[in-house]
Write a protein that binds this ligand. Sequence first.
Ligand SMILES: [Ca+2]
Length: 308
Amino acid sequence: MRRPSSLVLLLLATSIPTRAAAVTPARPRATRPAAAAATCDMVLLPGGTFDMGTDRGLPFEGPVHRVTVHSFWMDRCEVTNQEFARFVAATGHRTESERQGFSGVFVPGAQEWQPIKGADWRHPEGPSSSVAGRDDQPVVHVSFDDAAAYAKWAGKRLPTEAEFEWAARGGRAGAQYAWGDTLHPGGRQMANTWQGHFPEHDAGTDGYPRIAPVGRFPPNGYGLLDIAGNVWEWTSDWFSEDYYRRAGGAVDPTGPATGSEKAIRGGSWLCSANYCTGYRVAARQHTPPDSGLNNLGFRCVRPAAGPR
Ligand SMILES: [Ca+2]
């Protein structure tokens, strides 16, 4: 049963500055710039060794520890409603939100999360809403199992936390964000986030007061789109507050063996400077695997040796 706490977990993080972590520079192979939002192919990331986490963020974002990941392919974009619809049409999959009859929706007018009956991936804000005209928006209200089922159907899998952070850093040694150390370089909005004081007011100066279609913001150094902001993304790792203390030197770490919550990455359209700041490359949050939320989606990866 979905626990009510899952609806508020994403509200717990506070804004804490982070120290840039060192990254062993590596150049992407066989990548090319994203020409358009619709170019949602896969990107081949290089392998490498980097300093994961931060010692100046939330307590569970550290300690900084050295990790190695091998080369892998990653979806350039978050999985969209159109892609998820193909999966559902092919498999008849029913999401956990559909089976449970409700899901978590952030209601701006109420300035809080609410369990909304009839909210699911086809009805992101509740039964009166739909995904008509939202083919290129990331699918939301998908649980961990829903995301994993899609990944298996697509011949892929969900990324580990280490893979996600390595990917988000995009080859930028020590950067705080996927695009560098300045949140708004030249005043430019680099990700779909929340402008203003959360939860009272989102000025929407990035052009998207809610979820944005994928690919509307600049790619990072590896050509990945929306690797920060828009929607949080599931990883395959169980979450543990002390895992980083025992993960130093790990090669392709896969997280704790067991747990009650999954680690999620990337931040969302609800992340602001006064709260969450989940768009930092070292930022992490956690939520029960049966969570359904309208700011949580996913993207997939596959081994470098596999077919594209
Ligand atoms: Ca926004």
